[in-house]
Design a protein around this ligand. Sequence first.
Ligand code: HEC
Ligand code: HEC
Length: 354
Amino acid sequence: MNKRITIILCVFISLFLAVIVSGGGTLQPLGPVPVPDTNPQTAEKIELGKKLFFDRRLSGDGTMSCATCHAPDMAFTDGQEISLSYPTTRNWRNAPTLVNVGFFKNIFHDGRASSLEQQALFPLMSSFEMNLNHDYMEEKLRVVPEYVESFKKVFGGDITRERVAMAIATFERTLVSANVPLDKYLNGDKSALSSDAQKGLGIFTGKGKCIDCHNGQILSDDKFHALKVPENPEHQGDERITATRRFVAKINNYADFKTLNEDPGRYLITKDAKDWKAFRTPTLREISKTAPYMHNGVFAALGEVIDFFNNGGGKGNAVLKPLGLDSEEKRLLKIFLIEALSGEEIKIASPVIP
Ligand code: HEC
Ligand code: HEC
């Protein structure tokens, strides 16, 4: 009996020490995606959600679907610095990957949505994304007999915007990375990573301090940090981006929206000074496929991102300090990011749209 208590105590103490040594974070293999009780996964709902995700009917002028900006063959991004937009308008942020998005509690770069069900309704009506009035969307779908039938089968009732969002969210929760070397390594297969990638992992969790924020199953703490990532100089003078930024600021009750010339980040939501230019830590899974990087796509390649962190982050930030990595250490870190975190491509055949 005593022996058992001692063992339990030892395990507990070493876990505690491991957490302290790694600055509060550990890496964990990817487990099953969390599913809310209010929206269980079913095969038919996933299939319906997939159709809606690819259906251009869901945009005002019939040219765009969710997949326009979250394309399966680009790891569910659009590969642009600033994302694509509704014709004649301009977006203001980079489109993040949707791979493993079901693991986040804070959705969007600034965390302004708290579930995928809530999130999906934003791009549908957003003037610079799909620009489709929600009431009009419901009528556009209600005249399609196959959708009427599917919603009846899946939800036992009529087509509503909430159910559209629920079906899309169900589809999104199936987008998870599979067969990732890091998972095999963490599950005990040490041969899953090359010796360079293992050294890179050592830098990631040690001298590079990346693990302070990029931890857990998807290598994100799901929190907000003001790294003061520079504005993208190429876009600073773009009138359409400025208009979009000020519009979003206005609808988020930002008092000085008329003169706003930069992205306030999380501040837009909390109005708390510590959140000025803070953004949610992104996942690093599949990172080699989701360039360009950061909320505004300011960095074209991983080497630039590593230099940014090595130099202590953006001007005036109070979060990061210079790391002093030499060129060999930066090379190993990059090998880890590319080799250890890339899983199988998620192949999704475009569904037949009714
Ligand atoms: C015109 C391009 C565009 C279209 C169309 C679009 N998105 Fe996005 N998406 C973006 C951009 C840009 C962001 C980041 C916005 C932000 O954080 O402020 C984003 C963010 C997201 C996120 C949050 C990801 C994260 O890491 O938090 C999800 C989920 C998402 N989109 C799903 C969808 C769905 C579902 C649709 C269709 C209903 C859709 N998007 C249509 C550009 C687009
Ligand atoms: C203090 C928290 C913190 C630390 C430490 C940190 N990151 Fe990040 N990282 C973030 C945040 C927040 C962003 C998003 C910033 C933005 O979009 O403006 C980010 C973005 C990134 C991106 C771009 C991801 C994308 O999809 O655009 C990469 C790559 C990255 N970090 C790698 C690293 C590496 C490598 C290290 C260690 C050398 C590191 N990070 C250390 C918080 C951190």
